[in-house]
Design a protein around this ligand. Structure first.
Ligand SMILES: [Zn+2]
Length: 452
């Protein structure tokens, strides 16, 4: 589906209206999938034989990176039984619906979530799929295939749950698997799909769901397997007060202490939420090199609290952004998530500490750190050519002064063009070859089936 590019002549993205980079007022040159050159004010490209893309009506950003999501949850948006509930009762209302997932539902929901992300400027997304009822054991395989069709870069996690109600956990028996099955499938997926090095398009990480749905034995075994296979580790942590209470009651310690006990407090790990870390825990995370994904929108919908982003960063912890699952967001629009994070954190820390540039940095460089991608997240020479281009030709932007600030302040939500590794995967606000109406029709039918 994506239009091929790597063998084509270099492309000068010329004279952008604004660009989130230093020394690139006249744009950038893309060659062989990478950013070959930044063109400063008053200069022409030094690269010979360039084609030109006129970007005079575009604001150019590094591609946005989404570091927490559950694609399948696009099938359970705004479900009446889950409305107005905090995390634990919200999960308990939704688990029985998720138990009805089918291979087709995983394929459609993943495709729809990724399309939604791409159209909002996303060039790399993670996903945390942790529900494996009978018959959908190959969910991650479907997600890999969907990502390849769309041309989106992905870091898909092999999620897991093995502590059901029977063992004092939160989920019902029908959505969990046993430890051996989980570990064997994790190893299979890494061997089959995980790419390494600059420009990797498909990567796999391991991701037990949470302290209240996974056994200590599986947490430890997963950390050991991730180390042996050299892949990243992900989980939900410090999301709610309920989780703090659960950990104190079951494990007699706070969530971060438990994480450390399980061999997870290291630079392989990135954590979703981190709302309830305290001042003693910030430096521990920083020393370990563990990173945190801020999910502003989801945390507000579920009234979980506010991630202390500036305190974490001041302690030396890298922070990225995530839209989180579409049952707590309830959308997968990463640009709107950047705005939500900007507003929430400015409200918490004040004007001097949080600017629109900080929020854009969290969604790019910060998120790239969560995914451990030194080749992504910035517009700089040698980086992968992952870009998001926005036009300011809607009513909401009319008359705006600073184009970069306008993206957040006026509420940009749809990219005009998106490039992944030098290929345009979104053109004129559309994904070439994707029949959105047909996708929505199939997705709505799958959602109705699930919601019964
Ligand atoms: Zn989540």
């Amino acid at each position: 589906m994506p239009s091929p590019a790597p063998d084509e002549p270099p492309l000068w993205i010329k004279d952008p209206l604004a660009i989130f980079a230093e020394g690139a007022a006249r744009g950038i040159v893309v060659q062989d999938g990478r950013i070959a050159e930044l063109v400063p004010a008053g200069n022409e490209p030094a690269t010979p034989g360039v084609r030109t893309f006129d970007a005079c009506e575009h604001v150019v950003l590094p591609g946005l990176v989404n570091t927490h999501h559950h694609f399948y949850q696009t099938l359970t948006r705004a479900v009446p039984a889950a409305l107005d509930r905090e995390l634990f009762p919200w999960l308990q209302a939704l688990y029985p619906l998720w138990a009805r997932l089918t291979p087709e539902a995983v394929d459609i929901s993943s495709t729809l979530a990724m399309a939604e992300l791409m159209l909002s400027g996303c060039t790399l997304t993670t996903d945390h799929h942790y529900v494996f009822p009978k018959g959908v054991e190959d969910s991650i395989d479907f997600q890999v295939a969907a990502a390849k069709r769309l041309g989106l870069r992905v870091l898909l996690t092999r999620g897991s749950m093995n502590r059901s109600q029977r063992d004092g956990g939160l989920p019902p028996d029908s959505v969990v698997q046993d430890e051996d099955t989980i570990l064997a499938d994790s190893e299979r997926l890494v061997a089959r799909y995980h790419q390494t090095g600059d420009g990797a398009m498909i990567q796999i990480a391991l991701a037990p769901c949470s302290p209240f749905s996974v056994t200590t034995s599986l947490m430890r075994a997963t950390a050991e397997l991730a180390k042996r296979l050299d892949v990243r580790l992900h989980t939900h942590l410090a999301e709610t007060e309920d989780e703090n209470r659960y950990c104190l009651e079951i494990y007699q310690c706070r969530p971060l202490d438990y994480l450390e006990e399980c061999g997870w407090l290291n630079d392989r790990t990135w954590l979703a939420h981190g709302v309830h870390f305290n001042a003693d825990e910030f430096p521990r995370l920083a020393r370990a090199g563990t990173t945190v994904t801020h999910c502003a929108w989801s945390n507000q919908v579920l009234a979980s609290g506010t991630c202390p982003v500036c305190d974490l960063e001041e302690a030396g912890v890298a922070v990225g952004l995530g839209v989180d699952g579409s049952a707590s967001n309830d959308c997968s629009n990463l640009m709107q998530e950047v705005r939500a994070a900007f507003l929430l954190q400015r409200g918490r820390y004040g004007i001097a500490k949080v600017s629109h540039r900080d929020a854009l940095r969290w969604a790019t460089k910060g998120s790239a750190a969560c995914a451990s991608r030194a080749d992504l997240g910035e517009i700089a020479g040698g980086m992968q050519a992952d870009l998001a281009l926005f036009r300011l030709d809607e009513l909401r932007f009319s008359g705006a002064g600073d184009p970069l600030a306008a993206l957040l302040l006026c509420g940009a939500h749809r990219a005009d063009r998106v490039m992944v590794g030098g290929r345009w995967v979104v053109e004129n606000g559309e994904i070439p070859g994707l029949d959105v109406a047909e996708l929505m029709r199939r997705h709505a039918a799958a959602a109705r089936k699930l919601q019964g």
